[in-house]
Write a protein that binds this ligand. Structure first.
Ligand SMILES: [Cu+2]
Length: 239
């Protein structure tokens, strides 16, 4: 056996052990009292974030790899982006028009300025919490960056289901949904004990009751002006 194959085998064993140690935490989220058409009529329960913070452990170092929130067809994608605190996020603009990304209301205040097609801007998010992201030109463009103090998180899919692989241990589970009040979300947090076989959680119901769908202002705190006439570039897409 050569040194190289020996090193490879020990790496493979280490990998196998770490996979064996991962336990599956699964559950489902339902959203009720929604005035949002998608959630209410089409039973779309996607976009809720479930995170598990290991009890008594320090916050993880941020990943070196950047996260990405694309600007494409006048839409921020993904619409909800959870990251570890300290993560740098790229905002590449794939559209044939200028865009912007800013937040001034909650979480981390930032503004990447107006930037041209085919370019990108990068912001590092260091403060935990929800950052509501807008474009200063297109009032319909919204997104949420959720800055977390744990690397164990996932976003629900359409049927509300979620899975997380974590090492066995004790965790504080937190729930985030963009149209739920802080009080509602705090009421959904719970201590979770994860054994070697994983755990299936009781269904989680998020109520949107009490959440105010207030129209947001532009980055100067003013009403949005008329949208730029770029219908030529986007036939069929609403301004
Ligand atoms: Cu825009």
């Amino acid at each position: 056996m050569t040194w190289r194959s020996l090193t490879f085998s020990s790496l493979a064993i280490a990998l196998a052990v770490s996979i064996l140690q991962a336990a599956d935490v699964s559950g489902t989220v339902q959203i009720r009292d929604s005035r949002n058409g998608k959630a209410a009529k089409r039973k779309d329960f996607s976009g809720a974030v479930i995170s598990l913070k290991p009890v008594g452990q320090p916050s993880p170092a941020p990943p070196a790899k950047h996260a990405v929130m694309e600007q494409r067809t006048k839409t921020f994608t993904p619409h909800v982006l959870p990251v570890v605190a300290g993560t740098a996020i790229d905002f590449p603009n794939f559209d044939p028009i200028f865009h912007n990304a800013f937040s001034r209301f909650s979480g981390q205040v930032f503004d990447v300025g107006l930037y041209p097609p085919g370019t990108s801007r990068t912001v590092r998010f260091t403060r935990t919490g929800a950052v509501r992201v807008f474009c200063n030109i297109h009032s319909d463009m919204t997104a949420v960056i959720l800055v977390l103090n744990t690397q164990y998180f996932t976003t629900t899919v359409k049927d509300g289901g979620f899975h997380l692989d974590v090492p066995p241990g004790n965790y504080d589970l937190a729930v985030f949904h963009e149209r739920a009040t802080d009080e509602i979300l705090q009421g959904l947090s719970q201590r979770v004990v994860v054994g070697g076989d994983g755990i299936k959680l009781a269904p989680i119901t998020i109520s949107e009751a009490g959440y105010l769908l207030a129209p947001h202002k532009n980055k100067y705190g003013q009403e949005y002006g008329p949208p730029p006439d770029d219908k030529v570039l986007y036939p069929g897409v609403r301004n």
